[in-house]
Design a binder for this molecule. Structure first.
Ligand code: NAP
Length: 603
């Protein structure tokens, strides 16, 4: 007789809510990860039976004062910061629990005493997908009064968007409105996150420690990590991955160069799962550094000291500073340095729309060339943002290509504007990387973009352009594991003959039965544009039937236009084929998102 019994056939010990929560947490975990969770649970159960233990103290009861740390994260930054906060709280001897916002039992909020929230804002003022429910709950009528709560919010965002940190601001204001007490002022971290996040974290933790009455002497000597560290190399300590292959995978006459890269992870200890991203620390294009030095008449070898470090100017620019993204700080500094009235004017509050337009359409070099100014090298380095890594969705399954190899798909950003060539930092760096060169990398796990744990589920993958990358990993992986569910890919790009990424592989997968449906939308082949959402609409009945049958739906690619249009199309499909009202259709889709059956990897 089989000793393993499916959880749904076991006598009900957990409430249905806890069962659902557990199922969601387990969704997408690999077998070895599930065994790890089982062992961890057994160890906690043992400790609980033996009586008091540090783990008990950390779990706390609903009434025992403890620190709860919640995060809402789209690209992993808020998660990373929240994990660091939890590890530091533990080291300081504070009882702490760390939760993703969609795993937080909302009824706990009324009993919560100390709460730290780290949350990002997407594009035009949207919350990350994993925090939608929490943000809506808090904004709504059901949110409880919170007179006993001490809290602090760290918002993450990008100041080149008008709705910078809007969600952080909203939560911070709403918690105060509900009667809660701020432990620390709202932190608003820009793309160079640490500049704000580091001091905010120290302040918030110090205040939380005092409010919880944890003596400073409770600090543990060794750092305790709230979560197991899966990877040895990290964002801060990247691995030098060797380039094994770098191939252009669009035709010569394609308007956009797209490259397929294969990197070696040999000896790194880095592991990844389908859905994860790879972080890349780029080097700025040498030709761009040269343009800057010429425009500014500065010497590349000049030594510059900043933040206690001394490096030649060319190195500061090439490896340490953002040269391809314009920021308010830099525009303001250049306005002051050049004394130019146009720049001063665009910075005024009433010209916010023109300013946003300037940020979106220019790089710093354009201002350096148009509005001449004499910059001191030290001031220049201080006015520029530190370089940040870029994330690419992993395009391979370790099961298919081996654990020591990783693939990615890169669209090279390169265009002429204002009389000069322009590049994207990471895409230029990667697409021009020679074989055997090394690239500094780390793995960014993405637990919200996982294949279904139940391999009999169908999956629908919508990935135009390089958004198709993670679906190559999905299809490879399902093929290796012999998953029973069907795989449906909806891909779009500009031209069939030039830009059909991985065409041969998809055709081969169709033939082998590893891909069951492939729908294509080439936008610039006909008189009218055709996009992936047009194909979805045409196949609406079938798509709705797959979803009603339990399929998981994934979207990867551009967040600002494509993902929004696809979202709207899915609602229309539920109205047309599910008989829903528009409101009910919106709710149906929100439900899929909450259940983790509608996942998005968009930016
Ligand atoms: P792209 O050239 O920007 O677009 C691909 C296709 O989508 C084109 O046919 C384009 O048509 C079409 N499109 C344009 N607007 C659309 C809309 N509103 N709805 C549906 N389709 C639309 O593709 P890409 O340069 O490869 O960029 C893909 C995006 O994915 C980027 O934003 C990138 O940041 C993001 N992304 C990439 C990865 C990765 O690992 N590589 C991972 C996650 C996200 P037209 O141009 O003809 O209008």
């Amino acid at each position: 007789m089989n000793a393993l019994v499916a959880p749904e056939h076991l006598p009900a010990i957990l409430t249905p809510e806890k069962t659902a929560l557990l199922a969601r947490l387990a969704e997408g975990l690999a077998p070895e990860e599930l065994y790890w969770v089982a062992a961890w649970s057994a160890s906690r159960a043992g400790q609980a039976q033996r009586g008091a233990s540090p783990a008990d103290a950390h779990a706390g009861t609903a009434t025992a004062p403890r620190l709860t740390i919640l995060y809402g994260s789209q690209t992993g930054n808020a998660k990373r910061l929240a994990e660091q906060l939890a590890a530091r709280s533990e080291s300081a001897g504070m009882p702490v629990r760390l939760l993703r916002a969609d795993a937080y039992p909302q009824r706990d909020l009324a009993k919560e005493s100390h709460l730290l929230i780290v949350i990002s804002t997407q594009g035009e003022g949207e919350p990350p997908d994993d925090a939608r429910g929490f943000v809506e709950f808090l904004a709504g009528k059901r949110a409880p009064r919170l007179p006993g709560l001490h809290y602090a919010v760290l918002g993450l965002g990008d100041s080149s968007y008008p709705q910078f940190c809007a969600i952080g601001r909203q939560l911070d204001a709403r918690l105060a409105e509900l009667g809660a007490d701020r432990l620390a002022p709202l932190g608003e971290a820009d793309v160079d996150i640490d500049q704000v996040a580091v001091p905010w974290s120290s302040k918030a933790l110090e205040q939380a420690r005092e409010a919880l009455g944890t003596p400073a002497s409770a600090a543990r000597s060794a750092t305790v990590h709230a979560l197991p560290t899966r990877n040895t190399h990290s964002r801060e300590q990247p691995f030098a991955a060797t380039v094994l292959a770098n191939q252009r995978i669009v035709s010569r006459d394609s308007e956009r160069a797209v490259h397929h890269l294969e990197l070696s992870l040999e000896g790194s200890g880095l592991r990844y799962a389908p859905g994860d991203a790879i972080g890349i620390w780029p080097t700025n294009p040498p030709a761009l550094v040269e343009q800057w030095l010429q425009a500014l008449r500065l010497d590349d070898a000049q030594e510059v000291t900043h933040g206690g470090r001394t490096l030649p100017l060319a190195q500061w620019l090439g490896r340490e500073r953002e040269m391809t993204r314009l920021t308010r700080t830099f525009v303001a500094a250049h306005a002051a340095a050049s004394g130019h009235a146009d720049l001063m004017r665009v910075l005024r509050k009433e010209n916010a729309a023109s300013f946003a337009e300037l940020l979106a359409s220019h790089q710093p070099i354009d201002l350096l060339r148009r509005y001449r100014a004499a910059w001191r090298a030290e001031d220049l380095v201080a006015a520029l943002r530190p370089l940040t890594p870029r994330l690419y969705s992993i395009a391979s399954s370790a099961r298919a290509v081996g654990e020591e190899e990783v693939h990615l798909t890169v669209a090279r950003v390169e265009y002429d504007a204002y009389g000069a060539p322009h590049w994207g930092a990471a895409s230029a760096f990667l697409s021009s990387a020679q074989e055997d060169a090394t690239v500094p990398v780390f793995i960014e796990a993405n637990d919200r973009f996982r294949l279904p744990a139940d391999d009999s589920r169908d999956i629908i993958m919508i990935g135009p352009g390089t958004g198709v990358a993670p679906f190559r990993a999905f299809v490879q992986d399902r093929r290796e594991t012999g998953a029973r569910g069907r795989n449906w890919l909806v891909f779009g790009n500009r031209h069939f003959t030039r830009d059909f990424l991985y065409q041969v592989e998809w055709q081969e997968a169709l033939k082998a039965g590893a891909l069951h449906r492939l729908d294509l939308a080439f936008s610039r082949d006909g008189a009218e544009k055709t996009y992936v959402q047009d194909r979805l609409r045409e196949q609406g009945r079938e798509l709705y039937a797959w979803l009603e049958g339990g399929a998981h739906l994934y979207v990867c690619g551009d967040a600002n236009h494509m993902a929004k249009d696809v979202h709207a199309t899915l609602i229309d499909i539920a109205v047309a084929h599910g008989g829903h009202s528009p409101d009910a259709a919106r709710e149906w889709l929100a439900d899929l998102l909450t259940q983790g059956r509608y996942a998005r990897d968009v930016y």
